[in-house]
Design a protein around this ligand. Sequence first.
Ligand code: RIB
Length: 308
Amino acid sequence: MSAKIIVVGSLNTDLVACASRIPVAGETITGHTFLSACGGKGANQAYAAARLGARVEMIGRVGGDDFGKQMRANLENAGCDTAGVETVSDISSGIALIFVGDNGQNSIVVVPGANERLTPADIETSKSRFTGASSLLLQLETPLATVQAAAAAARAAGVRVILDPAPAPSTALPAELVRLVDVLTPNESEAAILAGMPPGRMNVAQAFEVAKKLQQLGPRTVIVKLGDQGCALRDGNDEHALAAPVVKAVDTTAAGDVFNAALAVALGEGADTVAACRAANRAAALSVTRRGAQPAAPSRAELDAFAP
Ligand code: RIB
C-alpha cells in the first residue's frame, strides 16, 4: 500500500543560470545554460514523493499568473492532488533566481509572492486532509505561523511531522513549533543555527553532538544532512553515520527536498529510520546528477534500480 503524504509549503518557479562558477557581488559573468523549471521546497518535496509512488496532497498558494498554472499542472502530472493549492490573483507566484556553478553548488534568491499568503486559516480549512496520512512534510518558505498550525494539525491527527528547517532560519525557531516535530532534518548550517552555534561545515561527530542538542528541544529523531558525506541519524539514543553514494554532481538544487521526500515515502511504507535514510541518500544522490529541481527528482523505478 502506498503511503499518503501531506505537504504544506512553497511553490516557486526556478529561473536557473548555469555558469563555470557563481558570480561574486558586483560581478557580471557569462553563463552557458539557462533553464526554467518548477521548484519551491514544498512543491519539490511533493513532486519527488509522488514520483516515488506516494499518494501526495499539496497545500499551498500560487499567484494568478502562468507560472501558477504551470506549477499546478506539473504537480498534477506527477499524480499529486492539488485541490489544497489555492490561486490568489493579486500577487505573483513564488519565484527563485538560481545560479549554479560547474561544481554543482548554487546560490538562490527567493521572492515568495503568493507563498507568503498561506495562512493558518488555510490549514484549518484543509484539516480533514490529514486523516490517514503517514507523514506531513514541512519546510520554512511559508509563514512560520502556518508551519506551526500545520504541525499542530498533524499532531492532532496522529500524523508524523517531518520538518526541513530550510532555508536556514536567521535565529532559533519557536520552541512550541520544534516541540511538535517528530523528525527534524537540518543541513549542517541549519543544525548549527537551531542549536545556537556558529554555522559552518561539520564532521559526523559534530553532527551527532548537535543532533543530541536538538533532540532536547523535542524531536525524537534528528537527521543532519551532510551533502556528499551522507547523513548523521540520531534516533532516540541510537546513532548511525550513513554515507552517500559517490556520484558526479552537476546541480545540488533540491537535493535536500528529494532526500526528505524519499525519507517520508520509505517511513510511510514501514521502513525503519536507518533504511529510510539510506533510501533518502540514494534518491538525493540521483537528483544531483541532473539539472533543475523537480526535473531532477528520480522515479521509483530509477531509485530501485540504483545500486551504487
Ligand atoms: O530547495 C530548492 C528550492 O529552493 C528551489 O527549487 C527554489 O525554488 C528554492 O525554493
